[in-house]
Design a protein around this ligand. Sequence first.
Ligand SMILES: [Fe+2]
Length: 372
Amino acid sequence: MQATETMQTRDVDSTRGAWDKWAAATGVPIHEGYYVPDLRTIELGWWEERKCNAAFLKLAGQEGVSEARVSEIPPGESTPPLKFALDEVVYVVEGRGLTTISTEVGGRQTSFEWQKHSLFMLPRHHYRQFSNTQGDKAARLLHFNYLPVLMTSIPEPDFFFNSRFVADAAAPELADFYSAAKAMQRPDGSWGSALWSGNFFPDMRAWDKLGPQVNRGAGAASVTIHFPGAPMTSHMAVFPPFRYKKAHRHGPGVVIVIPAGEGYSVMWQEGQEKVLIPWHEASVFVPPSRWWHQHFNAGGSPARYLAMHAHPATGGYSERVEDLARDQIEYTDEDPWIRQTFEAKLAEKGLSSGMPEEAYLDRSYKWATLEV
Ligand SMILES: [Fe+2]
């Protein structure tokens, strides 16, 4: 008879996977919980190898799917060139600077400048180097990629950071890589009407090329962003003061950062207690897998949230809801607590709801879309 061995706890401990071990080994802070109130002020730690201050976010909804990381480039400094095998989206939280992309150190390269609220994509298999062009102020970046889910298949960090693969043959012309984004037409006229393709978006706080986001209520507008040649997508929704959107749900790993506005989101698992997430500029939160979530604008100006979609295979990559009856709650069907809480929070500040009464009575209520 064959001998059997007892499995040790460490052999089945899936909560400390390869990505978790790698992130912990860097020694920089790892922020957990449901949300980060303000990326501009969270604690960072020195990462000697990268020559910058940094921190990881490991929020409840990331669920081993998406990496979110903050890096801070010291005033007037540049980080060493780093090669990474994956595409990475970067949102500028604070500061101004320059990114240089190259196929090899000293090889073909291109540079572009960024500022606060810029969004850009760094192509896989390329070196990237960040320079802070301000001499008196640190620059903070939020990085987003699919490393955790890929490290569940390939746990060796060197595969991603020290690959000998050279992108030359497959790479697009780097000179054109960061040219202006282009408006795209949807082949089937599906959800959302504004679709833009590009690798550099100068200012997501000012971006005004939006289309009506018809299914989610509140008169919201949105843009879907496609990064050409990468599997990644993002979207940004903008919605008017004193209104809230319909609750919906999807898979894990969609990281949301706020470029502008003031309000809160509510997240809950079916039948469970609701979690309230207050937000303003530079807040980040991640709805856990299949948790309902709903966004409320409690401030006096349009609110913007930018969602970086998870890996397509994880079911959380898109805000597109295939089955509205199953994955969206209409205003007519929502828990009365939702409306009561919103109205009570506004009343505390002497304000009142901008939600029309008819929206709670008529399932097919037609919203006029926000003019931005
Ligand atoms: Fe969502």
